[in-house]
Design a protein around this ligand. Structure first.
Ligand code: AMP
Length: 282
């Protein structure tokens, strides 16, 4: 596996691979890799000739009081994981490579940001589309791999790719979970032991909510039920619980279309998100 830290090296490499007729798959990450990231690398390896994984903790997608400083980092460990799981290239730029100067043009997400993490983390998705636009231009992949765990991000990136004609196919991969159901996340290491013990109840709540929806309970009933379950947890606080159409993220009256049940929960150690997407039930 090759590690590149500069734009010039990365761009020259992809250009050559593409000239040789190879298909390039791209897995963007913020590092501290886990099986969720690994599943994206494996999928990319199956479908592409070359897999480029990037590790960049993107400062512009963190708010002023968020966990940018505390975000876990371990490059040597990540390098081993990426190498052993099909990555051919690790792109590991510094902040000054990605943000060398104040850009005179800004990207702003205008759809889907008044809900979920868009509402709770103002400017977050502007940072996400900004860094992805840069990474897409540097790496020029044929396909880009994203996890369903970040369902709002996937919907926004799909819009970015389509609206701005990036010649990239978006591939969405299922959420990988711990054995007890907790969605894998780099942030899980920042949970206190007692928080980690109760964290699987987030997904249990989502599963319970889905079951209630399938049994015919109304959107409001399901929402109230899930909210109550989460409020009763011993530690932490509900950041949001919402039931919306997917991928549009509009309010829904019933479960007769594709729907997302999504939550964010603030523990002391980390803020976690999770979701379940349901096909329409009648
Ligand atoms: P992150 O490093 O958290 O920014 O995530 C990088 C990519 O991995 C994003 O596309 C995430 O959606 C995806 N990802 C993170 N956690 C998981 C997971 N538990 N299962 C599947 N994909 C994940």
């Amino acid at each position: 596996m090759i590690v590149f830290k500069t734009i010039e090296e990365m761009q020259a490499y992809t250009k050559e691979q593409k000239q040789n007729g190879f298909k390039v798959g791209f897995v963007p990450t913020m590092g501290f890799l886990h099986e969720g990231h690994v599943s994206l690398m494996h999928r990319a390896k199956q479908e592409c000739d070359i897999v480029v994984t990037s590790i960049f903790v993107n400062p512009t997608q963190f708010g002023p009081n968020e966990d940018f400083e505390r975000y876990p980092r371990d490059f040597e460990r990540d390098k081993e994981i990426a190498k052993n799981n099909g990555s051919d290239v690790l792109f590991y730029p510094s902040s000054s490579v990605i943000y060398p100067n104040e850009a005179g043009t800004k990207l702003m997400v205008t759809k889907r940001t008044n809900r979920l993490c868009g509402e709770k983390r103002p400017g977050h998705f502007d940072g996400v589309v900004t860094v992805l636009t840069k990474l897409f231009h540097i790496i020029q992949p044929d396909r880009a791999y994203f996890g369903q765990k970040d369902a709002q991000q996937v919907a926004i990136v799909d819009d970015l790719i389509n609206s701005y004609f990036f010649p990239i196919q978006l591939v969405i991969c299922p959420t990988i979970r711990e054995e007890d159901g907790l969605a894998k996340s780099s942030r899980n290491v920042n949970l206190r032991d007692d928080e980690r013990r109760i964290a699987p109840q987030l997904y249990e709540g989502l599963r319970g909510a889905k079951e209630k929806a399938q049994k015919g309970e109304t959107v409001n009933e399901v929402l109230q039920w899930l909210y109550k379950i989460l409020q009763r947890l011993e530690y932490g606080e509900v950041d949001y619980v919402e039931i919306l159409s997917y991928p549009e993220l509009q309010p829904v009256e019933g479960f007769d279309q594709k729907t997302i049940i999504a939550l964010a929960y603030q523990f002391e150690g980390a803020r976690l998100i999770d979701n379940i997407i349901m096909e329409g039930v009648r």
